[in-house]
Design a protein around this ligand. Structure first.
Ligand SMILES: Nc1ncnc2c1ncn2[C@@H]1O[C@H](COP(=O)(O)OP(=O)(O)O)[C@@H](O)[C@H]1O
Ligand SMILES: [Mg+2]
Length: 303
């Protein structure tokens, strides 16, 4: 649906600053129907990329191509719903008035807006507050109503810039549920985040930027599979003085004679066998799965 093609963005210098390359030769695609996470630390170039897609700023070189979205710019942008990183909300509009205002800007009639509001407000868990002024909304509620405003006009793709940032865990969960729901209803979703687990949890694909360069583009699970063999956590009830013969990396004593052994994957079976032979009660065996966070931010580039 969107093809970001070899894009470089250099912010020109003024008298006091050097030119700054925010994006260098970045290419990626957003296929129809996908749920893609756009990851990167602060300053990596996510907002710059999204602004280029939205035609708010122009790339220095490269281009953005759209397919299945329309024949001209007007039609293409009607098929995109965009929530900026820092949306502005008129504080004294009620939620309802805000949605009417946004819907009318997108060319919808009032009955159409009403219909969409009735349909989506319960999904976005905002119907109880529609009559209240936006200044009484929590940050999570503002993000949800802002998001709702982006889908009123039936866009095919929704682009959200850091929709989860600044929310508490409950707010994040609620917004993630809504993103999942909107995706289930057939919309393509592309959202940026610097919080890896959020993306890991709900996206089927990740595009990762680091200092303006693309470092990974692919499915989340392929990345996880490529990760090196991991350690295992084995917890067992043993008598107090028990020490395994199998070489372990670490042993942690927990209350009530419970011990947790950390063992490399090649020695896991031998430790389990030894524990069983010694009639220790094995309580749990867990693979210490690396998170995307570790893979990306700690081990650096994957390409
Ligand atoms: N208008 C601008 N002029 C100069 N530098 C900019 C401008 N906009 C963004 N930048 C710089 O480009 C880099 C990428 O910014 P941004 O795209 O906002 O990152 P992200 O959204 O990933 O946090 C940052 O170093 C930022 O300071
Ligand atoms: Mg940003």
């Amino acid at each position: 649906m969107i093809k970001f093609n070899n894009v470089t963005k250099i912010f020109k210098s003024d008298l006091l600053t050097q030119p700054f390359t925010a994006l260098s030769n970045v290419s990626f695609e957003i296929p129809e129907g996908s749920m893609v996470g756009f990851l990167g630390a602060n300053g990596a170039g996510k907002t710059t990329s999204l602004k280029i897609i939205m035609d708010f700023i122009r790339p220095s070189t490269g281009e953005v191509k759209f397919s299945n979205l329309g024949k001209d710019k007007l039609e293409i942008f009607k098929n995109i719903g965009f929530l900026p990183e820092r949306p502005y909300f008129y504080p004294s509009l009620s939620g309802e008035d805000f949605l009417r205002f946004m819907g009318q800007l997108s060319g919808l009639s009032l009955p159409e807006i009403q219909k969409e509001m009735t349909r989506w407000a319960p999904v976005f868990k905002i119907e109880h507050a529609l009559k209240r002024e936006l200044k009484t909304y929590s940050k999570g509620m503002l993000q949800r109503i802002g998001f709702l405003a982006t889908i009123l006009h039936h866009p095919k793709i929704i682009i959200l810039d850091e929709p989860l940032s600044g929310l508490d865990p409950i707010g994040r969960k609620e917004l993630k549920d809504v993103i999942i729901q909107v995706h289930k209803e057939g919309k393509t979703v592309f959202f940026s985040s610097h919080i890896v687990p959020d993306v890991e949890e709900i996206c089927d694909r990740v595009i990762f930027l680091k200092e303006g360069k693309l470092v990974y583009d692919g499915p989340v699970n392929r990345l996880m599979k490529n990760a090196k063999a991991q350690d295992y956590f084995v917890s067992a009830l043993t008598n107090d003085s028990y020490n395994p013969i199998t070489q372990i990396k670490e042993m942690v004593k927990l209350p009530d004679n419970l011990k947790r052994f950390i063992v490399t994957s090649d020695l896991k079976d031998s430790l389990l066998l030894e524990l069983m032979t010694n009639k220790c009660n094995i309580v749990s065996v867990e693979m210490q799965k690396p998170s995307l966070e570790e893979i990306f931010y700690k081990s650096g580039s994957q390409k």
